[in-house]
Design a binder for this molecule. Structure first.
Ligand code: HEM
Ligand code: HEM
Length: 469
């Protein structure tokens, strides 16, 4: 008969398994980030040199959905799920419901992303269904990855040893469960024709960002920020309020992507009204994070994880408020179809979601693995990503407005193309800085996982391996 393992060694083994899962999700997501944004650079280059790479495999039409799907489902989704698992285990003071399911989920996410990328490059594309261009059998694989994740995450929270479910888990579990529903609706064949398809496209597109990336990113903020500052969140009740108002207002706003379309006018107006209502959870959530940091902003000088999270909160606040302004008919008349929207996409997905993921990975991964990135690597990543994305968003916002005004004035279309020239070059400059910052991030991830164990902790408020929420 085998002697029973000592409880502390069992715990150590469980910690090790969790660290491995968290590290594997982060490494895999990072590989997708580097790949997808390399494609982003190629796309940006093509605006100045449209004849470059004219073979079918390198056409803009094939590369663009490869970039968007790989950033969404390869990079951001995988990274956020890895973080959500870690946060669930630590804040519930428990163990993963199933380590095996976590690995199965990771494989399924990757198989879907690899198969989707290959299919798109071979020209198999589900047409005009934005952010769900992968052929439907591949989307089924992604859906199964989501289901596995939902099962495992809810199972982990159900095994908690704490009385309450900490706020972070409301957001992350909510995000995964809502997204299972959204992904099913987006695949049902009877919604894929005529006007129904337009309505579902808006529903899917906006909920992919609003009910998937947004709640997951906010959920991990609610864990990492108090941890970094060693103080509780400013208001738990405000966090709960923002959670429910997000759920009430977000699912209705998708039609603001199709203003002036044949969709019923009342549906478009409802989407605009709820886009304004979105200010409630956005201001509530951002205020909660900023008030948690009150009096401690100076600490960002010593803690890059905190600085990343701060930029993420500002990206959320500014990007979402910009979205509300963008949703008015008078504003859509200028900005719709222009590069201004691409600026908004990157302000939110990059300025908010990317910075949130980076800040939380830097805050939590070293606590799991015991390995730290160097201060120079953190600084390089932060400043190149911040300056690069600032140039990217500013140039497209100004250029996109000029583009829209050109069209309103009825100038020949080519005039708007010529006017955008310098702004596209600036977007390329910003894009190169962003891409280089991702290569540095990959190096930092290596330091936090396989790097030398002896590397000293940088000047971050100590993140001891305690298990408190
Ligand atoms: C919560 C308040 C928000 C509102 C009211 C809002 C509003 C809008 C509007 C009106 C558009 C359509 C622009 C057009 O087609 O001309 C748009 C596009 C977009 N938004 Fe937002 N937004 C919000 C937050 C966010 C967030 C938090 C994210 C990311 C996490 C995001 C990501 C995007 C993306 C990727 C697009 C481009 C969609 C496309 O390909 O057409 N938005 N948003
Ligand atoms: C080096 C960094 C990046 C570069 C150079 C880049 C470049 C581009 C380019 C050139 C487009 C096509 C725009 C068009 O059709 O006019 C695009 C679209 C898009 N990219 Fe990126 N990108 C980068 C990073 C990212 C990241 C990290 C994300 C998400 C996390 C992202 C999300 C998107 C989205 C959602 C769109 C569709 C925009 C829309 O339809 O409004 N990008 N990107």
């Amino acid at each position: 008969m085998q002697p029973a393992a000592h409880p502390s060694s069992v715990l150590k083994q469980k910690d090790l398994e969790l660290a491995r899962v968290f590290a594997a999700y982060t490494i895999s997501a990072t590989a997708w980030l580097v790949f997808a944004t390399f494609i982003g650079i190629l796309l940006a280059y093509k605006f100045g040199a449209p004849d470059f790479g004219s073979g079918a495999w390198l056409t803009f039409g094939r590369l663009r959905p490869i970039h968007t799907n790989a950033t969404f489902y390869g990079w951001a989704s995988i990274a956020l799920v890895g973080l959500a698992y870690y946060v669930a285990v630590r804040s519930c003071r428990t163990q993963l419901y199933s380590v095996r399911l976590a690995w199965v989920g990771l494989w399924l996410f990757n198989i879907a992303a690899i198969a989707g990328t290959i299919a798109l490059d071979l020209g198999y594309n589900d047409g005009n269904l934005e952010y769900r261009e992968w052929p439907w059998p591949i989307r089924l694989i992604f859906l199964s990855a989501l289901l596995v994740t939902a099962w495992n995450l809810v199972g982990t929270v159900a095994r908690r040893t704490t009385d309450d479910i900490y706020l972070s888990n409301w957001y992350t579990m909510g995000g995964v469960l809502w997204t299972c529903i959204i992904a099913v609706v987006a695949i049902l064949p009877w919604y894929q024709y005529g006007l129904g398809q337009v309505a579902v496209s808006g529903y899917y597109m906006h909920n992919a960002v609003g009910m998937w990336f947004t709640p997951l990113a906010l959920g991990i903020f609610y864990y990492a920020l108090p941890k970094l500052l060693s103080r509780p969140i400013y208001s738990y009740a405000l966090g709960v309020f923002a959670f429910w108002t997000n759920l009430v207002f977000y699912p209705i706003i998708g039609s603001h992507h199709f203003l002036f379309s044949p969709l019923p006018w009342w549906l478009q107006t409802t989407a605009i009204v709820f886009s304004v209502a979105m200010l409630v959870p956005v201001l509530g959530g951002s205020a909660n994070f900023l008030l948690t940091m009150r009096g401690r902003f100076g600490q960002m000088r010593e803690s890059y994880p905190l600085a990343f999270i701060f930029v993420g909160v500002i990206g959320y606040l500014v990007g979402s408020s910009q979205g509300t302004v963008e949703a008015f008919r008078s504003m859509q008349a200028v900005w719709h179809f222009t590069n201004y929207t691409v600026g908004h996409s990157h302000l939110t997905m990059y300025g908010f979601v990317n910075f949130a993921v980076w800040g939380c990975i830097y805050a939590l991964l070293p606590a799991a693995t015991g390995k730290y990135p160097g201060q120079a690597g953190l600084a390089l990543h932060f400043w190149m990503a911040l300056v690069g994305s600032f140039i990217y968003v500013l140039s497209l916002s100004i250029g996109g407005t000029i583009q829209g005004l050109n069209w309103i004035q009825g100038s020949p279309f080519i005039q708007s193309v010529v006017d955008m020239g310098p702004f596209h070059v600036w977007r390329g400059v910003g894009g190169i800085l962003m891409f280089l910052s991702h290569v540095v991030f990959a190096w930092n991830v290596w330091c936090m996982t396989y790097g030398p164990s002896a590397r000293a902790a940088p000047l971050v408020p100590a993140l001891a391996r305690d298990d408190t929420a």
